[in-house]
Each structure stands twice: as C-alpha cells, then as structure tokens.
Design a protein around this ligand. Structure first.
Ligand code: HEC
Ligand code: HEC
Length: 285
C-alpha cells in the first residue's frame, strides 16, 4: 500500500472519516445467522448475495473477465465493462478472457457452470487454458459453486448486495479463502513473495512476503492490524485513485479483497499462522 493512495483520496487530513467509514463497513457485514432467513425467496436472495460476495471479493472472476483501467490504483474495472471480457496479463503470456455476462452465458445451465468451475473444463470437455483459472477453483465447495453460478446467471445482478454467508471462521476457513483468492499464484507457494508480477501497461513489481515472518513478512502485524490494513483501503474513495506519474501501481487486488468481511480476513491470518514463516526480504515497491 502506498501513502499516495490515502493522500490522493484526501484521507490524510480527516482521521475521523476513517472511523466513520470503517463503522459503515461493519454495518455492511452480515446481520446474523440462519434466523434471518425464513422464507424461500429470502433464502434465494441470501444465496445470490453470497454468490456476489464470492465472485466480487474472493474469487475475483471479473478482474480477468473485464476491461480494467491501469491508470488508476490497482486497475479497477472500467465502469460498464464488468464481465464483458478482458485480458489476463499478469505473467508472460496475455490470454483473452471471454465475455461472461448473463447474455453471453445464456446457453449455459447452472450445472454447466458448476461443472466448468470445479473441473476446469469447457462444456465439450476441453481443459481451459493452462492454469487460467477455472482449474484452480477445484476446491470450491458445492454450495458455494452453486451460489456463484446463480449469481452469474442472474438478471440485474448489479442490484444484488454482496454478503458473506458468514458462519465458519478460523484457520480451515482461511486455507479455503487463500486457495480461492489464489494468493499463492502471486505470492508463491510458500507465500514468501519475491517473484515478479506484471502490472499491465507498467513495470512489474515483486509480490510481497506475506508469510508471518516478523522481519521480512507480515508477522510484524497482529491479527487486528492485518485486518485493519485491508480495511483501511476499503472505502469507496479508494476505488478510483489516479496513480501519479513515475509512481508504481500495484497488481494486488486491494479494492476487492479489502471488502472481505473482518471474520474472513482474520481467518486468512489464522491460516497464515499455521504456515512456516519464510525469511526472505522483498523490497517494497
Ligand atoms: C486469472 C484470470 C481468470 C479468472 C480469475 C477467472 N477466469 Fe474465467 N476464464 C479465463 C480465461 C483466460 C478463459 C478462457 C479459457 C479458455 O478458453 O481456454 C476463461 C473462461 C471462462 C469461461 C468459459 C466461457 C466461454 O464462453 O467459453 C467461464 C464460464 C468462466 N471463465 C467463468 C469464470 C468464473 C465464474 C470465474 C470466477 C469463479 C472466473 N472465470 C475466473 C480467465 C479467468
Ligand atoms: C495478482 C497478484 C496478487 C494476488 C492474487 C494477491 N496478491 Fe497480495 N500483493 C501482490 C503484490 C504485487 C503486492 C506488493 C505490492 C502492494 O503491497 O500492493 C502484494 C501485497 C500484499 C500484502 C501487503 C504486504 C506488506 O508487507 O505490506 C498483503 C498483506 C497481501 N498482498 C495479501 C494477499 C492475500 C491474503 C492474497 C490472497 C487472498 C493476495 N495477497 C493475493 C499481488 C497479489
């Protein structure tokens, strides 16, 4: 995270605003447990909201399947271009990611989508392009895959609020989220960072060491501080910040991940605590 992001968003001067904003972020989190959901249509709505949360804030399907604006911090999706197709350009070999709007997917059934996601194969059984990406969703729990498919196929899905269905917390939940969020793709299998990640239209930069090594990783942060680190970038004023000339941008999907729930971010930290700390200095961008 760079200081300019906060400066450009005008947050330096107004610490109170941060409090107000994090207050509202908490208010957006799930209101309660299964007691909230009584009727069938409420359950269907909750499932769509859960599908949207997974797609927008954990799986980041649209970061590949949309045009993005890399003149802005972390390359947010161009307004109106969401899910209309884009380019995957993180490493060496740019690959087209097709339009996956409900219109483009109108011949896909919910079962087709669930099978494609979990098996990493197209409807004719052809494996999707290398590790891009569907194959990496093999860990997706069936209920989550169904929620994702329903959200993708829903009409007017932009009006659906994003909500985690909540419930599970802890290291096992964190391992699941680290897998679905593909942290290892950029931060490396040992999460010790160091390898270069491309920023489209800019220079590549090394992924940070996010193991809990105290000196070279994020072990310098407590669990609460780790959550706050993400949450400090979650406000709407961070979603479209200009990157000043000669300043590095980032490929880290801060705008999306920062809107995970505090429980989910804490669970990621709990999972990191079960992994071996990796001592590897990675220069900050
Ligand atoms: C890292 C980039 C990336 C991410 C993330 C990603 N995809 Fe894709 N997706 C691709 C690429 C590239 C293809 C084309 C693969 C091919 O044709 O072999 C593709 C193909 C697809 C297809 C097939 C579309 C068609 O018309 O054949 C669907 C459906 C799809 N993705 C859905 C999703 C969903 C749902 C998610 C989130 C769970 C997702 N994708 C996440 C890159 C990505
Ligand atoms: C597309 C590549 C990419 C993915 C996927 C990704 N990261 Fe990152 N991440 C980066 C890069 C590059 C940096 C360094 C630049 C920055 O801080 O923005 C970074 C920085 C970070 C930092 C800041 C570390 C520090 O010392 O300041 C944390 C924490 C982090 N990532 C956690 C995660 C987690 C957790 C996931 C998975 C849920 C994840 N990242 C997925 C690319 C990625």
């Amino acid at each position: 995270m760079w200081r300019y992001v906060k400066r450009e968003a005008g947050l330096w001067r107004i610490p109170l605003l941060v409090v107000v904003l994090s207050g509202s972020a908490v208010a957006c989190e799930p209101a309660g447990g299964p007691g909230d959901i009584d009727g069938g249509s409420d359950r269907a709505e909750a499932e769509l909201a859960h599908g949207r949360y997974l797609v927008d804030n954990v799986l980041l399907c649209f970061n590949c399947h949309s045009q993005r604006d890399w003149s802005l911090y972390s390359g947010p999706i161009v307004p109106g271009g969401e899910r209309r197709g884009g380019e995957v350009d993180l490493f060496l070999d740019p690959t087209a990611a097709p339009d996956i709007s409900p219109r483009a997917l109108r011949t896909w059934s919910e079962d087709d989508l669930v099978a494609a996601l979990v098996q990493g194969r197209d409807r004719d059984g052809r494996p999707f392009h290398q590790r891009w990406m569907l194959g990496n969703f093999a860990d997706l729990a069936t209920a989550d895959a169904i929620a994702v498919a329903r959200y993708l196929l829903a009409d007017a899905s932009s009006e659906i609020p994003a909500r985690s269905s909540g419930g599970a917390t802890g290291a096992a939940r964190g391992a699941y989220l680290v897998s679905l969020g593909r942290c290892e793709l950029c931060h490396g299998e040992d999460l010790g960072g160091g390898s270069a990640v491309a920023v489209p239209g800019g220079e590549s930069l090394p992924a940070a060491n996010i193991s809990l090594d105290v000196e070279t990783g994020v072990g310098r942060l407590s669990r609460e501080e780790f959550i706050d680190y993400f949450k400090s970038l979650s406000g709407p004023e961070f979603q479209r910040v200009e990157v000043p000339p000669d300043t590095p941008n980032t490929a880290m999907p801060w705008p999306q991940f920062s809107q995970m729930t505090r429980d989910d971010l804490g669970s990621i930290y709990d999972h990191l605590a079960t992994r071996a700390p990796v001592r590897r200095p990675v220069p900050a961008p």
